[in-house]
Design a protein around this ligand. Structure first.
Ligand code: NAD
Ligand code: UDP
Length: 426
């Protein structure tokens, strides 16, 4: 083990499962059948370490390598984070091990919004798979530190750019993620959110048309609004208030979908549309106002857990690695209609608060800390808050062979450890 790896291993908040060297994790390479996976999760391993063996990261990338890229207190191989700055402990950076692809299989891939929560995980995966990746971002809600471990890598380029303006690049594929996703952020400047939804998607589609790149839009379950159909299938047209506070995001994504299919019909652009349901994981902004980060941070800090309304609204939460698997599978598939990507495990927000409190309690106990003293408090309900949300993922199973591999609680365990580590860093 190198000195750099020793530093990382010793500082890792997920210290119950120290990060092994990046070449040691090939045990996850093979595909797992969903049924046996579920069975294994139900019956089998009692420890987190054993549970990991049931996860199947796409692209043959080991979970341990992916974890090493976001574990708190440490950066990836060769670099270390300290108060949001990055230091290289002795000598030039060592990069995470990327696959060497045959030039015929190596693609030039653009990820807009690449410095954000989902975007940075997608960039990690595509880089580890051996592609050339260009990330563009205006850093509204994203951060360069999410991708700092790739700076200087010959396969990677980061460009500060606002997608509301056109850009000229030569690429084979475009994953278009640029858009704030947290209600607090997208409502803070609703006109900008609409401009990003329309002009941002228009510019990315124009680029796709010019260079004949395949284009994937990260749309959202919000296109279903406050749904009258449950669970939500892709054939449902939705129930959106077009003049409410969420309209800037919901209608921005609806027009983005309309643009994508108009470019497909009119100009033959090769489009894919993922409708993403609530997703969480490491690298979420601790202060972005979404329920997962709010509840975890509140419980870790012994603050009140803030439930908006009576807590009976429901959501279904997927772990970010599952989403990245689905996005890549969709991009590589021939399927052109929208596809829901989400975990159908449905929680009321009240149940979710209790689950997080329990997971934080368990985590603190493992760390030898006192149990959280947070109380649940009820605040006024958010306007136009969708009351029930759960994806019907039949289409994703049928056309992509995709289903979530992570239970919400397994993903939340990692996310709690991540936020705890970040808080200890200060
Ligand atoms: P995020 O806010 O963490 O990331 C969005 C990224 O886009 C940020 O890095 C931000 O700086 C960048 N960005 C925003 N506006 C931009 C602009 N005009 N030009 C360039 N960059 C811009 O959000 P996320 O959770 O990572 O979401 C990524 C995508 O997935 C978004 O399109 C979002 O709508 C979609 N989505 C996410 C979820 C979820 O639960 N995370 C659910 C449904 C859909
Ligand atoms: N919510 C809550 N307390 C919080 C943050 C969110 O009760 O501190 C609720 C919110 O009203 C909604 C659900 O949690 O019912 C999910 O909210 P989030 O902002 O995470 O995402 P949304 O699915 O609404 O876009």
């Amino acid at each position: 083990m190198s000195a750099a790896q020793q530093i990382i291993g010793s500082a890792n908040p997920l210290s119950e499962s120290p990060i092994p060297s990046p070449t040691s994790g090939e045990r996850n390479d093979h595909l797992w059948e969903i049924a046996s996976l579920r069975q294994a999760l139900r019956d089998g391993p009692s420890t987190e370490q054993q549970n990991d063996a049931t996860k199947r990261p796409a692209g043959g990338i080991s979970l341990d390598v992916m974890r090493s890229l976001y574990a708190s207190n440490s950066g990836p191989i060769g670099l270390r984070r300290s108060n949001s700055s990055v230091v290289y402990p002795g000598g030039p950076p060592e990069f995470p091990p990327v696959k060497k692809l045959n030039p015929l299989n190596k693609k030039r891939i653009l990820v807009s919004g690449g410095a954000g929560f989902v975007g940075s995980h997608l960039v990690d995966r595509l880089m580890l798979m051996g592609h050339d990746v260009i990330a563009i971002d205006n850093y509204f809600t994203g951060s360069k530190t999410n991708l700092a471990h790739w700076f200087g890598h010959p396969n990677f380029e980061m460009i500060r750019h606002d997608v509301v303006d056109p850009i000229m690049l030569e690429v084979d594929q475009i994953y278009h993620l640029a858009c704030p996703a947290s209600p607090v952020h997208y409502q803070s400047n609703p006109v900008k959110t609409l401009k990003t939804g329309f002009f941002g998607t228009y510019n990315m589609l124009g680029l796709a048309k010019r260079v004949k790149a395949r284009f994937l839009l990260t749309s959202t379950s919000e296109v279903y609004g406050d749904p009258e159909e449950h669970p939500q299938k892709e054939t449902y047209w939705g129930h959106v208030n077009c003049i409410g506070p969420r309209a800037c995001y919901d209608e921005g994504k609806r027009v983005a979908e309309a643009l994508a299919y108009s470019y497909a019909r009119q100009d033959g652009v090769d489009v894919r549309v993922a409708r993403i349901f609530n997703t969480f994981g490491p690298r979420m902004n601790w202060n972005d106002g979404r329920v997962v980060s709010n509840f975890i941070v509140q419980a870790l800090k012994n603050d009140d857990i803030t439930i908006y309304g009576d807590g009976s609204a429901t959501r279904s939460f997927q772990y970010v690695h599952d989403l990245v698997d689905g996005l890549i599978a969709l991009m590589e598939s021939d399927y052109k209609e929208p596809v829901n990507l989400g975990n159908p495990e449905e929680y009321t927000i009240k149940q979710f608060a209790d689950t997080i409190l329990q997971l934080v309690r368990d985590h603190k106990e493992r760390c030898g800390e006192a149990a959280p003293t947070s109380k649940v408090v009820h605040l006024p309900a958010a306007e136009d808050d969708p009351q029930r949300r759960k994806p019907d993922t039949t289409r994703a199973k049928e056309v992509l062979g995709w289903a979530p591999q992570w239970s919400a609680t397994d993903g939340l365990r990692e996310t709690v450890a991540y936020f705890h580590g970040r808080m200890q860093q200060g």
